[in-house]
Write a protein that binds this ligand. Structure first.
Ligand SMILES: CC(C)(COP(=O)(O)OP(=O)(O)OC[C@H]1O[C@@H](n2cnc3c(N)ncnc32)[C@H](O)[C@@H]1OP(=O)(O)O)[C@@H](O)C(=O)NCCC(=O)NCCS
Length: 172
């Protein structure tokens, strides 16, 4: 029912609303620009085909064929080991390459249907594949708030007690 693919100009960025305006605006105004410059790569969840659009319509969801159900963005970054949980930090040199999961958001009326879980799994898989070619110790997230941090913790991300919004998941 859902396809995950790189963001392009054909996707309807203006119709996306996850309830967090800064994330909506980033998708509308910045994601494609950054992608064009290699700053980040954005991946979107869209209806797999017309049958999926019809099926959602029958369930009361107004989803367009080019509508964005959710998105996330990945980029390369360096972090200091001070930003990692102490247990993990002791395995690494002072500064390490990571894959930064910059943003993850789901259309507001589609939240709670495991789409976030699906996109996070896709992000981990893409980061792991990329790390076979370019060094990356793990996925790193700067969570927006404690609620978002709890979502990542469910999937094995950990943080240090003094920096609970900086979360890390080893890829190795
Ligand atoms: C956070 C967000 C991405 C989660 O996506 P979602 O599709 O609603 O979540 P899912 O349905 O995939 O949830 C999967 C599991 O995580 C749990 N979960 C969801 N959000 C959670 C949270 N904030 N804290 C703890 N658990 C959470 C769900 O209960 C579910 O658990 P279950 O498997 O036991 O049923 C989504 O709510 C969202 O886009 N929020 C607004 C934007 C945002 O804050 N993004 C984070 C930026 S750092």
């Amino acid at each position: 029912m859902i396809r995950l693919e790189p963001l392009t100009g054909r996707h309807d960025r203006n119709g996306f609303d996850c309830g967090v305006e800064v994330l909506n605006l980033w998708l509308k105004q910045t994601a494609l620009q950054h992608q064009g410059k290699g700053v980040s790569r954005t991946f979107v969840a869209v209806p797999a085909d017309e049958a999926a659009v019809q099926s959602w319509a029958q369930s009361g969801y107004a989803v367009e064929a080019n509508g964005i159900l959710g998105f996330y963005a990945l980029s390369s970054a360096f972090v200091l080991i001070d930003d990692l949980p102490p247990k993990q930090a002791r395995h690494y040199p002072r500064q390490i390459p990571v894959t930064r999961l910059g943003r993850l958001a789901i259309q507001a009326d589609m939240q709670g249907q495991r789409l976030g879980q699906l996109l996070l799994a896709d992000a981990v898989n893409r980061a792991r594949a990329a790390a076979q070619a370019v060094g990356s110790a793990g996925l790193f997230v700067d969570a927006k708030n404690e609620t978002a941090a709890r979502f990542y913790q469910r999937y094995g991300f950990t943080s240090s007690t003094d920096q609970p919004l900086k979360l890390f998941l080893s890829l190795w």
